[in-house]
Write a protein that binds this ligand. Structure first.
Ligand code: SF4
Length: 492
């Protein structure tokens, strides 16, 4: 009788929840070299280590838990391992080299096979998020009424994305659920201190108190709390910023979802059920479902569909400037622009900023200043607690920096200070004036917007969606003076 080999499932940092456990023996490998490849936000290193160690403690005798320098210290020579398809090109190459059995990926609402079938059916058309999102809604039945979208519309953006309430310091919501740290977190801190002093890692930013879930139970608690106290305000204020309210009505679930602690299908079904039960407005629920089942799944699939070369092989706007020093020390004190200073300082404190701060402040600043898109992509991966190799390329190379020339977004996401002024309370606290583009108090974002257009005009001239901004540039009476000012600017 043939013996069936029981394989040990090696789970990675993105696979730490129950959805990745089928009851057999498991293995977790904490490899220190992973944390030392590039500088990393200390809160992110803490979160990854804490999550892996908590999972190892939960699994007890069912898991081999190795703390080593490199994966190969454990894996080389083993013939009994299987993995659920890991979440980066590098990790998939590694398991292929080591002859490890690979199961289909998990942790997303739609499967890789689903996406490929959908993408192939598009026959050369652009892979537009809205089309994919509708396909996912139809396929899953989430927020559907028969064949029609719940509420008769696919998109409630018009009801969402309001500016922040005037003269408010915060949305006035209760504090989000916060985890309680334990002895594992304490040990993680000690180990990170030691690794840093040994020169094995280069960590920046503050570490603590921990603000993101590291276990499935904590992730459930965070979801329950979000639904109970923040979901209804999520939609209206998803694009709004208040300086003194760093979480606004965001769920803080991206990190636990990317750690694999909570299944996004469960998350969107649970949130959709709130609308079905009459407890949450459809606009907020749809906005949230769009972020998770739409955008999150979409960027995951694009990571594979566009290939490994997408990250490094695109620089449509010819951007080659190195990242500024403040991106490598997160010391924002000397920055005068309130929006930039507060966003970077928030990152220093939390390893996190909400999506509109990433896009409208950090990404907008970066595209205006022509930072190298690969360096920027990797910085986002390393500095954000929810940063992963799969999540950033479509977000940074595509959506934010337009380095792909229009694969993900049809035009560069770039704006002057007026839009930041509309959607935040930053400008009222700033030495610069968002309406001014020339002179002592010229807003670096407003002047930077025109300077950006001036620089990339030859490259975007053929983009119909940029015709109006470029016409504005040509009418600008002080164009040369603004561009010259920005070339020589020392205050920002
Ligand atoms: Fe930012 Fe300009 Fe507003 Fe200052 S005035 S906060 S630099 S957008």
């Amino acid at each position: 009788m043939a013996l069936t080999l029981e394989r040990t499932r090696w789970i990675f940092a993105g696979q730490l929840g129950p959805a990745f456990d089928d009851g057999g023996p498991m293995m977790i490998v904490e490899a220190r070299s992973v944390f030392g490849r590039r500088p990393m936000h200390r809160a992110k290193a803490h979160l990854l280590l804490s999550a892996m160690r908590h999972r190892a403690a939960e699994l007890g005798d069912r898991v081999e838990f190795h703390q080593v320098e490199r994966y190969s210290d454990v894996v080389s020579g083993r013939r009994d391992l299987e993995v659920i398809a890991p979440t980066s090109w590098a990790a998939r190459r590694f398991v292929a080299r080591h002859d490890i059995a690979v199961l289909p990926s998990r942790g997303f609402v739609t499967s890789e096979a689903d996406f490929h079938a959908w993408a192939d059916s598009r026959a050369g058309k652009r892979l537009v998020l809205e089309d994919f999102y509708r396909h996912a809604r139809e396929r899953t039945g989430i927020l559907m009424r028969g064949d029609a979208p719940e509420g008769g519309r696919w998109n409630f953006d018009h009801d969402n994305r309001k500016p922040p309430p005037k003269n408010a310091l915060s949305l006035g919501l209760p504090d989000p659920w916060w985890p309680t740290e334990d002895e594992i977190d304490e040990q993680v801190r000690q180990d990170l201190d030691r690794w840093q002093s040994e020169g094995a890692v280069r960590l920046l930013g503050a570490d603590g108190p921990r603000r993101f879930a590291v276990t499935a139970a904590e992730a459930d608690a965070a979801l329950t709390d979000f639904i109970g106290s923040r979901l209804n305000d999520f939609g209206p204020f998803e694009d709004a910023i208040l300086t003194d309210d760093w979480t606004m009505a965001h769920s803080l679930l991206s990190a636990p979802m990317n750690l694999g602690l909570i299944d996004p299908s469960d998350v969107v079904r649970t949130v959709a059920a709130e609308h079905a039960a009459g407890r949450a407005p459809l606009a907020s629920v749809e906005g949230f479902v769009r972020q998770v089942m739409g955008w999150r799944d979409y960027v995951w699939h694009l990571y594979w569909y566009l290939g490994e070369g997408y990250r490094t092989g695109n620089n449509a706007l010819d951007a080659h400037n190195p990242l500024p020093e403040v991106f490598s020390n997160l010391d924002a004190d000397a920055i005068e622009s309130t929006c930039l200073r507060e966003t970077i300082d928030g990152m220093r404190r939390h390893g996190w900023a909400h999506h509109i701060q990433r896009l409208m402040v950090l990404g907008n600043w970066s595209i205006q200043h022509g930072y190298d898109p690969v360096a920027l992509n990797d910085w986002f991966v390393d500095m954000f607690v929810d940063g992963t190799p799969w999540v950033m390329p479509a977000n940074v190379i595509g959506m934010s920096q337009h380095a792909d020339g229009g694969v993900v977004a049809t035009k560069p996401y770039v704006s002057g200070g007026a839009y930041i002024s509309k959607m935040s309370d930053y400008c009222g606290r700033c030495v610069f004036d968002p309406k001014v583009r020339l002179g002592e108090n010229a807003c670096p974002f407003t002047a930077g917007y025109w300077t950006f257009l001036d620089r990339v005009e030859p490259r975007i001239r053929g983009n119909a969606r940029m015709a109006q901004p470029l016409a504005g540039l040509r009418r600008l009476v002080d164009r040369d003076a603004v561009v010259d000012q920005e070339r020589r600017r020392e205050r920002w």
